[in-house]
Ligand binder design. Structure first.
Ligand code: HEC
Length: 119
């Protein structure tokens, strides 16, 4: 499978030029990366974890889903813990290591961190 790239998911909305449209070979800007990670989340993760990360996705296999929006969740895990769970799976959580490369996994860890409550 081809390397996942943030720009694969970054669809500029109508009438708005993509911020990195001039430099397709460069590293994606943080905004592009964040948008791409959110799109990847919606496609691969929201069915179980919910689009907001609350764990209320329609296909959640258990009522005991972690709520990524809580400080208790965010403070209780390192980035390495999160990426390991995504790569290897954990309990009823499927492993995504065969489907996502490290950049995709890192982007999703960043997305999960962005769900941290304010303050
Ligand atoms: C089939 C439903 C399902 C899908 C799809 C899914 N997850 Fe999960 N995920 C779970 C369940 C259930 C758990 C709780 C696992 C446990 O600890 O028992 C979990 C746990 C996790 C954890 C670890 C939470 C902790 O307690 O440390 C992370 C991180 C995570 N998921 C990220 C993702 C990401 C990112 C995606 C998309 C690539 C994803 N998940 C897709 C069901 C899913």
């Amino acid at each position: 499978m081809r390397e996942w790239r943030a720009t694969d998911h970054a669809q500029p909305s109508a009438g708005q030029p993509a911020p990195d449209a001039e430099e397709p070979a460069g590293e994606p800007s943080p905004e592009v990366l964040a948008r791409a990670a959110a799109a990847l989340w919606d496609v691969r993760c929201a069915s179980c974890h919910g689009s907001t990360g609350d764990g209320a996705g329609a296909e959640a296999p258990t009522a005991e889903m972690p709520d990524f929006r809580t400080a208790a969740f965010q403070d209780g895990r390192t980035d390495a813990d999160l990426s390991r769970a995504i790569r290897m799976g954990q309990g009823l959580m499927p492993a995504f290591g065969g489907q996502l490369n490290e950049r995709g996994i890192d982007a999703l860890v960043g997305h999960i961190r962005s769900l941290r409550p304010e303050g």
